[in-house]
Design a protein around this ligand. Structure first.
Ligand code: NAI
Length: 344
């Protein structure tokens, strides 16, 4: 069975997902597109040789009876409306992060999905599909290092442009750690504090860089998460979990090790798209496959989108106030309690 996909938002990641569905993955076909910039939608049809209808807006696209699944890859503030429309029409949804820009918006989606009665929505947190994170999670779930006590992690980019401001360290960067870490250790966040070390000379007036987030979980695990987006040397994701019996670390990206001129060296990537290319592919293949196999998506849920929104809000408040801020999550509904699968 081929899943017929409609894409809302044909910008950068929308185009990448179209390319994946059409040229890399199996079991999906893009049959409809829309974008507020209609020229962009027509260009996507032309560039990827799609046999697809261009719709004027998300309402019209979601109303196409031939579409099985909707991909929401528009700007963050537009996501909630498109996801709600899709749920109302009983369509599956793959929504890029954020699920909605507010916790209340995420809750409206959670409620609509529960009312519908079965899972329809998957949120685009692709780290869960990265082979290194999958191995790390397996080590923790197999109790190889005992109970986790602390996590040290870093999210470093070589550089960002002038549009990247202090709050984006949370909404664009740390958001991926926020999702991956609670999933890794089966725990919920309780509070967050932010420290600003000495600012790098490579930053600009409206960006504190680096930043260090200290998150505490309900189970007592302490997380030190560094975001450093002008680190210069490369795109580097580190994650080390300290447990009662040992330490488990995210593997380094495979790279040839060279011994030459009294030096031992290997390469570090520069581009996040390259770093997580396999993860994006597995994420979408898993989404398409699970609709056929289980008639439900198996990846990150609307509830995970809600957790990310509440936690991100607290991180933003902690940035502004310099105080430790409580992360107030509602109890997980039974509907979302089953652990989601990640293996293809
Ligand atoms: P972009 O700006 O390149 O593309 C967004 C497109 O959506 C634009 O073409 C715009 O015209 C269109 N659009 C905006 N509002 C719309 C609406 N109401 N209906 C239809 N089209 C609309 O942005 P980009 O980089 O593609 O990001 C899109 C989303 O994907 C963002 O929410 C971003 O956070 C997320 N993203 C997630 C990543 C991940 O690692 N999971 C990586 C990059 C982006």
């Amino acid at each position: 069975m081929t899943i017929k996909v409609g894409v809302i938002g044909t910008g950068a990641i929308g185009r990448e997902h179209i390319d994946r569905i059409e040229n890399i993955l199996s079991g999906g076909e893009v049959k409809a597109v829309t974008d507020v910039n209609q020229a962009s939608a027509y260009k996507a049809v032309e560039d990827y040789h799609l046999d697809a209808t261009v719709y004027p807006d998300d309402v019209a696209l979601v109303g196409d009876p031939n579409i099985d699944a909707v991909f929401v890859t528009s700007w963050g503030p537009a996501h909630e409306q498109s996801v709600l429309l899709a749920i109302e029409a009983g369509k599956y949804v793959f929504c890029e992060k954020p699920l909605a820009t507010t916790a209340e918006g995420c809750m409206r989606i959670v409620e609509a999905e529960q009312k519908h009665g079965k899972r329809l929505v998957q949120v685009g947190f692709m780290r869960r599909y990265d082979e290194g994170y999958v191995q790390l999670k397996e080590a923790l779930d197999n109790n190889e290092i005992g109970d986790p006590l602390m996590i040290h992690c870093s999210h470093r980019n070589p550089g960002v442009d002038e549009n990247y401001k202090t709050d984006m360290a949370v909404t664009e960067t740390l958001i991926h750690e926020i999702d991956a870490l609670h999933w890794l250790i089966h725990d919920n966040y309780e509070s967050v504090r932010v420290d600003f070390p000495k600012k790098t000379k490579y930053s600009h007036a409206e960006l504190q860089d680096p930043q260090v987030f200290t998150l505490k979980t309900q189970g007592g695990v302490l997380i030190k998460a560094e975001v450093f987006v002008n680190c210069k040397y490369g795109y580097d994701i580190q994650c080390e979990v300290m447990g009662e019996e040992g330490i488990a670390k995210l593997p380094e990206v495979a790279s040839v090790v060279v011994r030459k001129e009294s030096k031992l060296s290997s390469n570090i990537l520069n581009d996040w798209k390259v770093r997580f290319m396999d993860a994006y592919n597995k994420e979408l293949q898993n989404f398409l496959d699970s609709l056929v196999k289980y008639e439900e998506p198996q990846g990150p849920t609307s509830w995970d989108g809600y957790i990310a929104a509440v936690t991100a809000d607290a991180c933003l408040k902690a940035q502004e106030t310099g105080e430790e801020v409580e992360i107030k999550l509602q109890d997980t509904p039974d509907f979302y309690k089953n652990e989601t699968l990640v293996r293809n």
